[in-house]
Write a protein that binds this ligand. Structure first.
Ligand SMILES: Cc1cc2nc3c(=O)[nH]c(=O)nc-3n(C[C@H](O)[C@H](O)[C@H](O)COP(=O)(O)OP(=O)(O)OC[C@H]3O[C@@H](n4cnc5c(N)ncnc54)[C@H](O)[C@@H]3O)c2cc1C
Length: 286
């Protein structure tokens, strides 16, 4: 199903395409509009260490291509794609090979955050990478988790840049706020904390009220536009993307490519049930 032409049509709104060339093409077009990118080779929960090594090699090829094309972009990966469930040490070695390459190319590896079962292990790998390759790794913090304020304080003390998002996984009420209003309120609190104590935070949200609150805070505090960035997902809220760039702020789009689109795509559908309607209409038209 992941390889069929019908599915390609269905996913093209959120996924750049199947190949690295497709991903790089999107990055090039974005750079014409002064939008930065972070390239994501789709995949998670690999089944063996050969697959993990293939993921690493695909990311190394992506970094080389970004460099060859002289594009300003980072890469974003998931640790379960690099073997975290199979061998923590093999996973760390795979990530270190990539972050070392990113250091040589003067860019950064962004380590996505998966479900709460992985939070501790993911942050431990991020801290190790920061100590070996300072400034070339970014962590992701999810505002729906109760623990996130404490995590931000630790990461900020180590000068690790943080991408702040709401969180995309189904989490139990023991670890995460179940209600949207509480998540949004916590997001705003954590955002202010990152603006005051963080190192080059990324405000990753398509929520208009959050983006407007961030813009107000930036203006009130007279924050320098080079000290933070906004981030959004490819294909979502292009109107809001344009507004941010028009105001002179940095925006980075998360650009996924590859065949393993299914879990990513399902999370995008779950975030916004109206997407199902959009899909159904397209299917009827086809
Ligand atoms: C750059 C980036 C990286 C991310 N990395 C991670 C990560 O590592 N780990 C993780 O758990 N989550 C990650 N996320 C996803 C994030 O956690 C949320 O699930 C997602 O961004 C939706 O939350 P929101 O802040 O946009 O607010 P919401 O309240 O969910 O949405 C606000 C508005 O945005 C628009 N919108 C949001 N989602 C969609 C959609 N799927 N389709 C169409 N419109 C939509 C709608 O207009 C909606 O009303 C990332 C998000 C971004 C932008």
């Amino acid at each position: 199903m992941e390889n069929s032409a019908a599915s390609r049509k269905m996913t093209s709104r959120f996924v750049a395409g199947r190949t690295l060339a497709d991903g790089v093409n999107v990055l090039k077009n974005l750079s014409k509009d002064k939008i930065l990118g972070t390239l994501d080779y789709l995949g998670e929960n690999v089944k063996n260490l050969d697959e993990a090594a293939q993921s690493r090699d695909s990311y190394l090829a992506a970094l080389h291509q970004i460099r060859a094309e002289k594009i300003s972009a980072t890469v974003s990966l998931k640790l379960t794609q690099f073997g975290l469930d199979l061998s923590e040490s093999a996973c760390r070695d795979n990530v270190a090979a990539l972050v070392s390459c990113a250091q040589q190319m003067d860019t950064r590896v962004e380590i996505d955050m998966e479900s709460s079962a992985y939070t501790d292990r993911t942050l431990a790998v991020v801290r190790e990478m920061q100590s070996a390759f300072p400034g070339h790794v970014r962590a992701v913090i999810q505002a729906y988790l109760f623990r996130s304020e404490a995590d931000i304080k630790v990461l900020s003390a180590l000068a690790i840049p943080v991408r702040l998002c709401k969180g995309a996984y189904r989490e139990p009420a023991e670890v995460a706020f179940p209600g949207k209003a509480d998540v949004d309120e916590n997001y705003l609190r954590l955002m202010r904390l990152l603006f005051s104590e963080g190192n080059y935070p990324a405000i990753a949200s398509h929520d208009e009220s959050i983006v407007q609150a961030a813009l107000r805070h930036i203006q009130e505090q007279k924050l320098d536009a080079t000290r933070f960035e906004f981030q959004m997902l490819y294909g979502i809220r292009r109107d809001l993307q344009r507004q941010i760039v028009a105001k002179g702020y940095r925006l980075r789009l998360y650009v996924p490519y590859g065949d393993a689109w299914y879990p990513y795509f399902m999370r995008r559908l779950a975030e916004r049930p109206a997407n199902l309607l959009f899909l159904a209409k397209n299917a009827l038209r086809a």
